[in-house]
Design a protein around this ligand. Structure first.
Ligand code: PMP
Length: 759
């Protein structure tokens, strides 16, 4: 029979009567929430407070004696915490036995942990310490009644299994594997002792200032079990409702470990046990709900528990366990990593954010750090189909195990990939060169153009970036005019960045007028005009209508070729089209690809016309050791398959539009936002100090990006004035992610305005 069915059902008046009869107390009674017993808060005329505990008649008396003895034991050994004291009855008994078992305990002041939000690292550490002190003290405690078969004992996880049937199918699918995981633990390898066993957030009492745990309540779940279950149970409840549940769990664990070092086996068991506790909790809630449909206490953590279980199931599999393990290691990994990096990695490489992130895992549109925080990734456009996509991983691993060579053998993968890639492009773009990076692609594109035209000069737009090689730095104003740059070489011609917000032209004819500058340069006799189809490093600049059409026409008329750098913008990011140049109604002579093409696997590609390719084949071989190897082709193919199967271009169109609507709405309320622009999931927010003068707000953009990082959202800045917030997330970005981004940005901007006194 379920214990909840036999729970005592006294009224507060009954309780007050009992208190008077048994303890000589003249006190008012208020019922406290409880699962299978009844507890009443008593307050007498002098203000003294007590808890009157009425135990379930099904309970064994010995179990109550166990609890009483443990309380006394802890009071003597853990003075740092305030333990309730037993008050003897008028007859001198600690347990009164009638229709129920009755006990009276002194009241301990405090607030339930459940009611404390947010919880400081100090408070979480204090919980870990309180539990460790308790477990240390209980290590030498024993009582015959603790050796019981008890359904909340995690070691008895099988007792929950029959209740899985009460869960709807998708919830069962979440809970069942967590019980199974308990079966894979080496229980004999874990230390055992009597445990407190119920550090749920309603049983943990915190001081009024919310800085430390003052007491643990309710010893009704004491049992002899694996000691680590005490901490695991606490972690299960500490994670409820936290934005970063694993970080909170890690803080509790680190403090516990300092006071009571965990064994390797215990550390490994922690996370599976914490999740199993949540599974037990939802199973028993379903069961008890059947038995006692109106007991509200049973619902207290049921819905948060499901929410948490769902969130945990969306995290990378190994990450939480690794975070907990790291929390038990000494020293700061971040400081050490930073020092080692400074010592051995070239110093011209920068780190993002004021305080650099130590990211250890990625999954879909989220990144996960070493300390247990998850971040919404709004900026990594390389992991196009999502971090860690299993189909990409599988394709790479399978092909790597089978064959990885250079391209001087016949290979189906290469030809199949070349066919699939060119099928996304308009004719006559049908000849493929596979390389290893965006820079290699642009290098080769320049060589193709020069071989084809027999000319040297190149036209670029201001603020553009095309890659990291010597030649590409020379054609990248972003670099040659930036810090450390050596200026514009004589063979490079620079047209203004076609920026309708900050640039010299706006209005309907801006595209045409900007194209005029390209035409003027082209007439000097150039090999090529190279341009991104929306300018990334230049500040997420969307080209004005007609710009590429007129510019391409002028360049071709002058005998040059047109190169579209689609390294950042290609593969469906535009939403409306697969290639960003298509949004301008043009097709280039050469298109270069990189970043998203391999979802992070180092790949690049150049596609051109048969005519240009033929001219390039002048006898000198173009050989690229790694380019187009079978692994790269398998990966590239997987990316194209996923884009199609998961309809990610459509997603970019839908979510990108939705996001820009949200951001534009935001710009109406925050004066820092000067411009919101974008196509699909290629979006920029330009910050300005003054809406009229458009003075760039570079420092503010950096501050906003750092504040957003602290809120769990990753962004970056770019543009010539570093005042444009870049948004170019993995293409699995959802409307819910867009809502989160916009909502958090509103709050961060609000904070900045208040700090500035302008809000
Ligand atoms: N072109 C553009 C437009 C880029 O943004 C980049 C990289 N930021 C490159 C080329 C160079 O690509 P990679 O870093 O893969 O060499």
């Amino acid at each position: 029979m379920a214990l909840v069915e036999t729970a005592p059902r006294l009224t507060p008046a009954d309780a007050a009567r009992l208190a008077a009869e048994l303890y000589g107390l003249d006190a008012a009674a208020v019922e406290l929430p409880s699962e299978r017993d009844q507890n009443f808060q008593l307050r007498d005329a002098s203000g003294a407070q007590y808890v009157l505990k009425i135990a379930n008649s099904q309970e064994r008396r010995a179990v109550l004696e166990l609890q009483n003895q443990a309380l006394g034991w802890l009071a003597g050994r853990v003075p740092e915490l305030a333990w309730p004291r037993l008050v003897a009855s008028r007859a001198g008994r600690e347990i009164e036995e009638g229709r129920h078992f009755v006990r009276l305990l002194t009241w301990v002041d405090g607030v339930c942990l459940a009611q404390v939000r947010p919880r400081s690292p100090r408070l979480l550490a204090s919980l870990g310490r309180a539990l460790a002190l308790t477990d240390n003290a209980l290590e030498t405690f024993s009582h015959e009644a603790a050796q019981r078969v008890f359904h909340w004992d995690l070691q008895r996880y099988e007792m929950a299994r029959p209740h899985l049937d009460l869960l709807p199918a998708e919830r069962r699918a979440l809970a069942e594997p967590l019980l199974d995981a308990c079966g894979r633990l080496d229980w004999n390898g874990l230390r055992h002792s009597v445990i407190y066993g119920d550090a749920n957030d309603y049983n943990v009492l915190v001081d009024a200032a919310s800085t430390r745990v003052v007491s643990l309540l309710d010893f009704g779940d004491m049992v002899h079990s694996a000691t680590v279950c005490d901490l695991a149970i606490a972690l299960a409840y500490v994670m409820l409702g936290e934005r970063d549940p694993i970080a909170a769990a890690a803080q509790v664990t680190a403090a516990y470990h300092r006071e009571r070092p965990l064994t390797e086996a215990e550390i490994g068991a922690l996370y599976p046990l914490a999740r199993a506790r949540l599974a037990l909790s939802v199973c028993y809630a379903a069961w008890q709900k059947q038995a006692a449909p109106d007991n509200d206490y049973l619902n207290i953590s049921n819905s948060p528990a499901w929410t948490l279980l769902e969130r945990l199931s969306g995290m990378p599999k190994d990450w939480p366990g690794e975070v907990l393990e790291r929390a038990c290691r000494d020293g700061s990994t971040e400081e050490q990593l930073l020092a080692e990096r400074r010592a051995r990695v070239g110093p011209s490489l920068s780190l993002s954010y004021d305080r650099p992130l130590h990211i250890t895992h990625g999954w879909k549109q989220h990144l996960y750090d070493a300390g247990g925080r998850a971040y919404l990734d709004c900026v990594n456009n390389v992991t196009h189909v999502g971090h860690g996509h299993p189909r990409v991983v599988e394709a790479a691993a399978r092909q790597m195990a089978r064959l990885n060579t250079n391209t001087r053998y016949l290979n189906e993968g290469l030809t199949e990939y070349a066919a699939r890639l060119t099928s996304t492009l308009p004719e006559p773009l049908s000849v493929v060169y596979l390389v290893c990076s965006g820079s290699e692609a642009n290098e080769l594109a320049l060589r193709l153009a020069r071989a084809h035209t027999g000319r040297q000069d190149i036209v670029v737009v201001d603020a553009a970036y095309h890659g990291n090689t010597s030649t590409l730095i020379d054609i990248s104003p972003y670099k040659f005019n930036g810090r450390g740059g050596r200026g514009q070489p004589p063979w490079v011609h620079m047209a203004p960045l076609p920026d309708v917000y900050r640039g010299r032209y706006g209005g309907a004819d801006a595209g045409s007028r900007y194209a005029g500058h390209v035409a003027e340069a082209a007439r000097k006799g150039v090999a090529a005009f190279i341009c991104e189809s929306a300018v990334g490093c230049g500040g997420q600049t969307i080209l004005p209508a007609g710009f590429l059409r007129e510019a391409f026409a002028a360049v071709r008329a002058a005998g040059g070729v047109c190169i579209s750098d689609e390294v950042q913008t290609g593969f469906g990011r535009a939403g409306s089209d697969f290639w960003m140049f298509q949004t301008q109604g043009v097709a280039p002579d050469i298109v270069t690809m990189g970043k998203p093409i391999g979802n992070g696997h180092p790949m690049g590609a150049v596609v051109t016309t048969p005519e240009i390719a033929a001219r390039f084949a002048n006898g000198m071989e173009y050989f690229n050791t790694f380019g187009g190897n079978p692994v790269s082709c398998a990966v590239g193919l997987a990316v194209l398959d996923i884009l199609r199967d998961e309809r990610l271009q459509e997603n970019a169109l839908d979510v990108g539009g939705y996001l820009m609507d949200g951001l534009r709405e935001l710009s109406g309320r925050h004066r820092l936002i000067g411009d919101v622009r974008g196509l699909g999931l290629f979006v920029g927010i330009e910050l300005v100090r003054d809406l009229a003068t458009r003075e760039p707000a570079g420092d503010e953009a950096t501050e906003l990006v750092n504040r957003m990082k602290d809120r769990g959202i990753l962004l970056s800045t770019d543009g010539p004035f570093h005042n444009v917030i870049k948004i170019k997330p993995p293409m699995v970005f959802s409307r819910a992610d867009a809502d989160l981004l916009v909502g958090q940005m509103a709050e961060a901007l609000g904070e900045m305005e208040r700090a500035d006194g302008s809000g």
